[in-house]
Design a protein around this ligand. Structure first.
Ligand code: CA
Length: 255
């Protein structure tokens, strides 16, 4: 099947408060693969973990034969791509875990991640932790990923409002990430693409400073590169508490 045409851009910024940037991102136009990873851990553990993640996801998506190491019931191409992407994130978690176990300086490192793989007429969205994917479609904006965080759980249970969650002292506590355990559950969703869809992948350094309607406005009114730059500038203006990473992908043509 023909491939979707995607116009993408991304940028990362250390922000205003941190001394170094532990985020990493990937734009691979050949594969139509986009990843944002937000690392954590002392010394250089954070950036090392997020780099292992983006490199591993790219390596697996590029090189692994469908169905190779992925047990799937049938030869359904959608199933195969979904399980391959899930496997890529799980393997990156295992590699980070193993590296951390080997070297004391990397002990306790980990990363959150969100990955978007566009294949034929579908968008495959995988994530662990609180890195997010938003979809702007026609006149709506939707947060597609659900944070694996303490406050997201509380909001879902009705114990906190969205507003309270934003300033909650435990807003940075996540219960799932790559590298802290040998294996981790990865959420993968499949969406049917529509021409004109705009995706934003971002670390919490961005989503913590921008409202959903602002994300909508930027993605709707600017080309991916310009939207990325403006959103990063805005997050910095508002304090830039954390590293800020964005990738914007615009679906220009659907097969
Ligand atoms: Ca972060």
């Amino acid at each position: 099947m023909a491939r979707a045409r995607v116009i993408a851009a991304g940028e990362t910024n250390v922000g205003m408060k941190r001394s170094h940037n532990e985020d990493n991102f990937l734009i691979n136009e050949e594969l139509n693969l986009y990843v944002v990873a937000d690392g954590m851990g002392g010394h250089n553990g954070g950036e090392y973990a997020s780099a292992i993640c983006v490199n591993t996801v790219e390596e697996i998506v590029e090189n692994m034969e469908l169905g190779d190491a992925v047990p799937v019931e049938e030869d359904d191409p959608v199933d195969l791509v979904r399980e391959k992407l899930r496997y890529a994130l799980r393997l990156s978690g295992r590699r980070i875990y193993e590296k951390a176990a080997e070297s004391p300086e990397f002990h306790g490192m980990g990363t959150t991640a969100v990955a978007l793989l566009i294949d034929a007429g579908n968008a495959f969205v995988a994530h662990v932790g609180d890195s997010r994917l938003y979809l702007v479609r026609e006149d709506t904006v939707q947060q597609v990923t659900e944070d694996h965080s303490f406050v997201a759980r509380q909001v879902k249970a009705g114990a906190l409002t969205e507003e309270q969650a934003k300033s909650h002292r435990m807003r940075n506590v996540i219960y799932r990430s790559l590298g802290y355990q040998e294996d981790v559950e990865v959420d993968v969703q499949v969406l049917a693409l529509r021409k004109g869809d705009r995706f934003l992948l971002c670390s919490d350094g961005l989503s913590g400073h921008l409202e959903e309607f602002e994300i909508f406005d930027h993605l709707k009114n600017h080309a991916p590169q310009e939207a990325s730059r403006r959103m990063i500038d805005l997050a910095c203006e508002r304090g830039g508490d954390d590293n800020i990473t964005v990738v914007v992908a615009l679906v220009d043509e659907v097969p």
